[in-house]
Design a protein around this ligand. Structure first.
Ligand code: SF4
Length: 505
């Protein structure tokens, strides 16, 4: 078995995380191995029953497609681990190398990303990188097609492109599909080597580092490597600083080649490039103070055609969260309708496969009745809301109730991401949002174009926050120019104008 695919003794189960509502376990179950990638409905039901028995009954699917079980205690977490192990569910461990949920079965994909992802997993293991990198460092291998991974942020992204020369992989770093910094477009072998080189450079900077911390010089060395034939000699290494001489492109090439081209089985050399003092970071995330974050990427929800007559139905959990008993009900319905496999997918969705086409609509109807999101236009897809009160002890506002009220009353203006955070930690949306409601000592603060840690422009009592957003919505409706998006209108209104509207009675 691939070492990145383990049964039993799952580290995630053995080391749950402390959260405001108890311990949390996160896993990436992979029943049937890497060529399958999903759970049978019966296994998902058994997992949910275990979550009900030992947690607080809340299950989540994250934006990256991981499963989370919440509200465990130090006594119940081992019991859950024992039951999950007994279900013989394989879980991925190590550095996450993520592929699209339809990889290998999507007739519209440019390339099947699974073989390259497996190569990268093996290379990461061989290089011993999992122990040297922080737990949030990740790689995305996106073969294109109907369910792309553009919304998933990663340290290294490999995206398939098609040209006259055949399939190539565009390698980029530090970001999502919109803002990652491109390095090179290369064939499979080089893509794998560059990805490993990026991880090595990142590991050199310590376990807190990400690819965004690489210097411009390091990125340039990675970007230029593919365009020059690999050298047959090792790089010239200076004796005082241990740096590769940078006088020619070939030396940069040699530096990367030294760590990526080696006899099989031998440990790779470290690339000895250190950042210069004061050198610009390679960070590409974020933007100008005044620029609003990009509009949210539509979630992959609905019916997707596979090789005829097969289809897949993607159903999202509202705000990524659902009571376990509702998940059990939906999985039981899917089982009765002929679903053979349920995959966890990025975008907080569950992907149902194997049922006859005629079963898709009844499955969606059942999901809608249970409260799941079955339509990509559902306004809840534009709201990121953490558990808040009463689920999380750190929460100061009832995030989910506020979200439901806003989705019902102000759906027409939600063409931007609205973040509702129980406290300044901002668990549901670590990045900037156009508007963020954040719970604090003064009630529900409204932060404009920043993260939940930003300074609120105005406050309202927590119980009244949805009404404040309805006042902002009214201001947008009256100020909006023909054809103007609500997000653009917010920019024109400015933080002061938005705060004034938010405070209105
Ligand atoms: S952001 Fe939400 S989930 Fe995270 S600690 Fe604060 S209240 Fe709890």
């Amino acid at each position: 078995m691939n070492a990145f695919l383990r049964r039993g003794a799952c580290p995630a189960l053995a080391a749950p995380m402390q959260t405001g509502d108890g311990l949390l376990v996160r896993l990436n179950p992979v029943a049937g191995g890497p060529s399958s990638g999903g759970l049978s409905p019966k296994l998902l039901i058994a997992l949910a029953e275990s979550a009900l028995r030992h947690g607080n009954g809340i299950m989540e699917v994250t934006a990256r497609g991981s499963l989370q079980i919440r509200g465990l205690t130090s006594e119940s977490a081992p019991l859950l681990a024992t039951e999950v192990d007994a279900l013989d569910i394989a879980v991925r461990t190590g550095v996450p190398v993520e592929t699209g949920p339809l990889a290998g079965i999507d007739p519209q994909e440019i390339a099947n990303s699974r073989p390259l992802a497996e190569r990268i997993r093996a290379a990461v293991e061989e290089a011993g990188l999992a122990q040297r990198l922080g737990p949030k460092v990740s790689i995305v291998v996106d073969g294109g097609g109907q369910l792309r991974l553009d919304a998933v942020t990663a340290d290294v992204r490999l995206a398939a492109t098609r040209s006259d020369a055949g399939v190539r992989w565009q390698v980029s770093v530090a970001g999502d599909g919109r803002n990652a910094k491109p390095l090179a477009t290369v064939e499979d072998d080089a893509a794998c080597d560059i990805a490993i080189a990026v991880l090595r450079m990142t590991a050199e900077k310590g376990r807190e580092a990400h690819a965004r911390d690489l210097t411009e010089r390091q990125l340039a060395s990675l970007a230029s490597w593919h365009s020059v034939p690999p050298p047959s000699v090792l790089p010239d290494i200076s004796s005082d600083r241990g740096e590769v001489a940078l006088s020619s492109p070939l030396s940069l090439v040699a530096g990367v080649a030294a760590i990526t081209q080696r006899p099989k089985g031998e440990p790779a050399a470290e690339l000895p490039i250190s950042p210069l003092a004061g050198e610009m970071s390679g960070r590409t995330e974020g933007g100008g103070q005044d620029r609003l974050p990009a509009p949210p990427t539509p979630l992959p929800i609905g019916i997707f055609n596979l090789a005829a007559p097969n289809t897949a139905v993607a159903i999202a959990l509202p705000y990524g969260s659902m009571p376990a008993d509702k998940i059990i009900d939906l999985a039981q319905s899917a089982l009765a309708l002929g679903t053979s496999e349920i995959r966890l997918a990025p975008g907080r969705t569950l992907l149902f496969l194997g049922q006859p086409t005629a079963a898709n609509r009844p499955l969606q109807d059942t999901a809608t009745t249970l409260g799941f999101v079955t339509d990509a236009a559902d306004p809840r897809t534009r709201i990121a809301a953490c558990p808040g009160t009463p689920a999380c002890a750190s929460g100061r506002i009832a995030t989910r109730d506020i979200a439901e009220a806003i989705a019902a009353e102000s759906a027409d203006i939600l063409d931007f991401t609205l973040h509702i955070s129980g406290c300044a930690k901002g668990c549901a949306h670590p990045g900037k949002a156009a508007l963020t409601l954040v719970g604090g000592e003064n009630g529900a603060g409204l932060v404009v174009n920043a993260t939940a840690k930003g300074l609120p422009a105005g406050y309202r009592p927590g119980y009244d926050a949805a009404r404040g957003i309805s006042r902002v919505a009214a201001a947008i409706r009256s100020a909006r120019l023909p054809g103007e998006s609500a997000a653009a209108c917010l920019t024109r209104l400015g933080a002061a104008g938005i705060a004034e509207a938010y405070r209105q009675e």
